[in-house]
Design a binder for this molecule. Structure first.
Ligand code: NDP
Length: 288
């Protein structure tokens, strides 16, 4: 059996990292230091880790990050007021609202108050709407959601052409599944979206030249559900007692797929670099 080529997300991210660092140096020389506000409401342990990783990555490439840490019981009104302050702060080019928010806050309402020109996560309805409207890649909005953007970069890193291929996305969340599907469509793939009510998931995933799993169910995608030679991108991050696993059964998949991302070390590093890319893009737009 052929072994899949492992797509090294850390390596792909590292290449983008270097180029981005150079862009930040050039921008700073022109008087603009890209600035990212990280809004983390409350003390959710996973959010703490994610925000810390994002801020550390900012520091490594010279992006200024400003941590905003409202308490878990902040009112929606007060949170929106803080976001609006950031909207009008010219030193802040990107605003990241770390999700999930505490239950009493309405996430779509909060996200709607982020200035779409600083929406580096790409979750503002205006940017999501533009993503939906784009027929071709060139028509995409300035900000596209970070994990989906990273997924496309990983597929591109294999050299496999997306146009004309059968792509199957398992998962339809607004954070991953739906935007990934729209991006693949904009790259001229024929796209099928699967979800928890899909009957005979395997029959559909086996048609995929490009398979993206964004489910949150450990090792749901077995080897027999994969078309031989397919590009398989595993977005899932599932914490089990003996460590992290993806939504794809890695050991089985590597015997069948042509290319495969590991967990960890696949999609994860791409999400952060795409956030930094969006922040730099925003700072550049301010300059022009
Ligand atoms: P959600 O829970 O929001 O969405 C999961 C999707 O999977 C839903 O559409 C759901 O269907 C579908 N689903 C659930 N069970 C099945 C099943 N048995 N068969 C087919 N489809 C199923 O999760 P997210 O999209 O936010 O995240 C998905 C995974 O990606 C998680 O493991 C998350 O941790 C990870 N992730 C990783 C990131 C990274 O940077 N590496 C970033 C973001 C997420 P339905 O809509 O019908 O409920």
């Amino acid at each position: 059996m052929p072994q899949a080529k492992i797509i090294d997300g850390k390596q792909v991210a590292a290449k983008l990292h270097q180029a981005l660092k150079e862009e930040v140096v050039a921008l700073t020389k022109q008087g603009v230091t890209p600035g990212l506000a990280t809004v983390r409401v409350g003390e959710d342990p996973a959010s703490q880790v994610y925000v810390q990783m994002k801020e550390k990555a900012c520091a490594m490439i010279g992006i200024m990050s400003r941590g905003i840490r409202p308490p878990a019981d902040i009112s929606q009104e007060d949170l929106i007021a803080q976001i609006e302050e950031l909207n009008s702060d010219s030193n802040i080019h990107g605003i990241l609202v770390q999700l999930p928010l505490p239950g009493h806050l309405n996430t779509p309402t909060v996200l709607q108050h982020v200035n779409p020109d600083k929406d580096v996560d790409g979750f503002h309805p205006l940017n999501l709407g533009k993503l939906l409207s784009a027929k071709y890649w060139e028509e995409l909005p300035r900000f596209i959601p970070c994990t989906p953007a990273g997924v496309i970069k990983l597929i591109d890193s294999t050299g496999v052409e997306i146009a004309g291929k059968q792509a199957v996305v398992v998962g339809r969340s607004i954070i991953v599944g739906k935007p990934v599907a729209m991006l693949l469509l904009a790259r001229q793939a024929t796209v099928t979206i699967c979800h928890s009510r899909t009957s005979d998931l395997g029959a559909l995933t086996r048609t995929a030249d490009i398979l993206v799993a964004a489910v949150g169910v450990p090792q749901l995608i077995k080897g027999k559900m994969i078309k031989p030679g397919a590009v398989v991108i595993d977005v899932g991050v599932n914490r089990l007692e003996d460590g992290l696993v993806g939504d794809v059964d890695f050991n089985q998949a590597k015997e069948v797929a042509g290319y495969l991302t590991p967990v960890p070390g696949g999609v994860g590093p791409m999400t952060i670099i795409m956030l930094l890319t969006n922040t730099v893009r925003s700072a550049k737009a301010q300059l022009s």
